[in-house]
Design a protein around this ligand. Structure first.
Ligand code: ASP
Length: 324
């Protein structure tokens, strides 16, 4: 009898101890690594999500920019971070395209990370400097084809969304143009506003405010349907580029081996964030759409990443674009 009471007491202590342990994470701030420059599209999504996640985590989520052309440094930093849940990565479609674009990538998106979940989808816009001499897409196309030796296309390096969009656009119009790479489209946008480069394809999270303020010219959106926050802007498909569709998805990752208690808390916080009305309002203003909570899961991200690697690998190999 006595021993049964004792073992029950031990079992209870074990359960309580496990509970207390699970409640421990997070005891301090969490760092969300952004692989691109501050003030750009990925940074913008990161700050909205980080702010929402800290409500459920009860700790600050600090956004840290580790910019590099193509966004390939951030994943490496998180891959090598201590797997304790305190360093996480936000990244976009680049996690699926870089394996085909780089001969020597220092991380493997399929084996070096734990998956937290999908965040949102963001369409892109085709924009040019404010004084670009074309009032609509037809004139734009005629102008860039006629001046292809001197037109410059800004992007955020090989592996960036702006690189992918530009590559697909140039192949769709059968014209190769000079590209100017940056460590993010925030600095690229600065140069576009300053007139140092001619055009760019960039996410609505970075271009909506400039479009609405009339500081850049917009010719098209890259989604299959028009974007509700930019209702007057036609899609590239409407303008005759058959099947042209690029949507940029974002997701959260942790280093491989991050303990389950931490992962569970991070997943729950992401799910709360994608349901958060403030997050959805902000995303809508920026033309972005949050994934439903059932996609803000490790399994949904694992399946999506794999499918996207399989989708983009052959497209990229066909285009024959590589970096070292
Ligand atoms: N997402 C990048 C950034 O935040 C831009 C890109 O991928 O084109 O700057």
């Amino acid at each position: 009898m006595k021993s049964r009471i004792l073992s029950a007491a031990f079992a209870l202590i074990a359960v309580l101890a496990a509970g207390a342990h699970a409640q421990q994470f997070p005891t301090r701030s969490i760092t969300m690594i952004v692989p691109y420059a501050a003030g750009g599209p990925t940074d913008t999504v990161a700050r909205v999500v980080a702010q929402a996640m800290q409500k459920s985590l009860g700790q600050t989520v600090v956004v840290e920019n580790r910019p590099s052309a193509g966004g390939i440094l951030g994943p490496e930093v998180v891959k090598n971070a201590k797997p304790d849940g305190y360093a996480i990565l936000i990244h976009h479609i680049g996690m699926a395209t870089t394996p085909a674009l780089y001969r020597q990538l220092r991380y493997n998106p399929l084996t070096d990370f734990e998956y937290i979940g999908l965040i949102n989808d963001v369409p892109m816009t085709l924009i040019a400097r404010g004084n670009f001499p074309a009032k609509d897409f037809k004139e734009f196309l005629a102008y860039i084809k006629a001046n292809k030796e001197k037109i410059t296309y800004a992007n955020a390096g090989i592996g960036a969304a702006s690189h992918l969009c530009g590559m697909l656009f140039m192949s769709a119009i059968g014209t190769d143009l000079l590209t100017v790479p940056y460590k993010g489209t925030a600095p690229a946008m600065n140069d576009l506003l300053g007139g140092q480069v001619d055009f760019m394809c960039d996410q609505t999270t970075n271009t909506t405010a400039q479009i609405k303020a009339g500081k850049v010219k917009v010719y098209a959106v890259t989604s299959a349907k028009r974007v509700p926050s930019l209702p007057d802007v036609p899609t590239l498909q409407e303008l005759g580029l058959k099947g042209f569709e690029v949507g940029i998805w974002h997701a959260l990752y942790a280093p491989k081996g991050t303990p389950k208690e931490a992962m569970d808390k991070l997943v729950a916080a992401l799910q709360a964030a994608v349901k958060d009305p403030e997050v959805n309002k902000r995303f809508a203003e920026l033309g972005a759409t949050a994934y439903p909570p059932e996609k803000a899961t490790p399994a949904a991200l694992a399946a999506h990443l794999k499918a996207e690697i399989e989708k983009w690998g052959p497209v990229i190999r066909k285009a024959g674009v590589y970096a070292d």
